[in-house]
Design a binder for this molecule. Structure first.
Ligand code: IPM
Ligand code: MG
Length: 363
């Protein structure tokens, strides 16, 4: 199969982790007889430096014209002082909106080899951690009006959180469908004790529940959910929630699995052309040192093969290679065991070595 992949290396550790994912994709292409063509796209701080715009329209077009987008990470200290509407993150939001990618799927699954890297107590981890956060990605407070103005001689700022029924319904349907393919439990997370947008959310999710009689729907307030994720994560199968709650809860959920560096994500709309990216940021503090963990990005490439290109076998072989690497005791710094005895059994590796060892294991 021939596929055109738009590649956004971005800022910070973005270029190093993307490089490893491309080596992995090239190995897959070799073994399975595919041809992947890569189109480079400038987005984020590097695009601000080069074009004065975090995502020029021409760059967005390269993405919408592709079969899918592979993204590293954007942002960094250097661009912190630019105006809000010109920040590197604006490029990311424009990409998500421009692709119509309203459904962001973030798995929180513990790799058995990394169970001891979880900050949770062993008896909690042993009950199992395997759930998915379905996060609404192109609505809510991220996309409402942002305003900073002077009122009564004081500067004040506001950000509007808006959702309409249609936006809520389409993401909740993805939540139900995801649950149908798994353990048939959907937890809808909101703040309906305070927010109108959450009360509408709750009403809409219940109004469509009868279309999915095989799925058990529960409601949870977001603050309680933050607590339950660390208290007993085994209770969750699929969580569906709005944009900002999903942003926060997915960082929390990644941490209990050991490291945010391991977690991939997919963002899809109504077509198979999606955005695939690790959920971590650009980590400028470790950029260029060849110590970042590229596995979240490599697993994102695997998700792209599975969900956008219908290449399940190929995705399986990447995931198996990652698992074999962990079995063999190789660890990037972020997933090294803290216990010195356990650490002795592991081999610490950098970003490019990690990529190379995974490529070697792909069969
Ligand atoms: C994420 C990130 C982004 C978000 C930032 C970089 C804008 O935190 O993908 O979770 O908030 O969506
Ligand atoms: Mg985030």
């Amino acid at each position: 199969m021939k596929k055109n992949i738009a590649v956004i290396r971005g800022d910070g550790i973005g270029p190093e982790i993307i490089e490893q994912a491309i080596l992995v994709l090239n190995k897959i292409a070799d073994i399975y007889g595919h041809s992947f063509n890569y189109t480079e796209v400038d987005m984020g701080g590097c695009a601000i430096d080069k074009w004065g715009d975090p995502l020029p329209d021409e760059m967005l077009k390269r993405c919408t014209d592709s079969d899918s987008v592979l993204l590293g990470a954007v942002g960094g200290e250097k661009w912190n002082s630019v105006p809000g509407n010109m920040r590197p993150e604006k490029g990311l939001l424009k990409l998500r909106a421009g692709m119509g990618a309203y459904s962001n799927n973030r798995p929180a699954k513990i790799w058995p080899q990394l169970a001891s890297a979880s900050p949770l107590r062993k008896e909690i981890v042993d009950r199992g951690i395997d759930f998915i956060i379905v996060r609404e990605l192109i609505g809510g407070v991220y996309f409402g009006e942002h305003k900073t103005e002077e009122v009564d001689g004081m500067i004040q700022a506001s950000d509007l959180l808006i959702y309409n029924e249609k936006e809520i319904e389409r993401i909740c349907r993805i939540g139900f469908e995801t649950a149908q393919k798994r353990n048939k439990k959907l937890c809808s997370v909101e703040k309906s004790n305070v927010l109108d947008s959450s009360r509408l959310w709750k009403k809409v999710v219940h109004s469509i529940a009868s279309d999915y009689p095989d799925v058990m729907l529960t409601d949870m307030l977001v603050d309680n959910c933050a607590m339950q994720i660390v208290k007993d994560p085994s209770q969750f199968d699929v969580i569906v929630t709005e944009n900002m709650f999903g942003d926060i809860l997915s960082d929390e959920a990644s941490m209990i699995t050991g490291s945010i560096g391991m977690i991939p994500s997919s963002s899809l709309g109504s077509t198979t052309c999606g955005v695939y990216e690790p959920i971590h940021g650009s980590a400028p503090d470790i950029a260029g040192k060849d110590i970042a963990n590229p596995i979240g990005t490599i697993l994102s490439a695997a998700m792209m093969l599975r969900f956008s290109f219908d290449m399940a076998k190929e995705a399986d072989s990447i995931e198996k290679a990652v698992s074999d690497l962990l079995d063999d005791g190789y660890r990037t710094g972020d997933i090294m065991p803290s216990d010195p005895e356990e650490a002795k059994l592991c081999k610490k590796i950098g970003c490019s070595e990690c990529g190379r060892l995974i490529v070697e294991r792909i069969k």
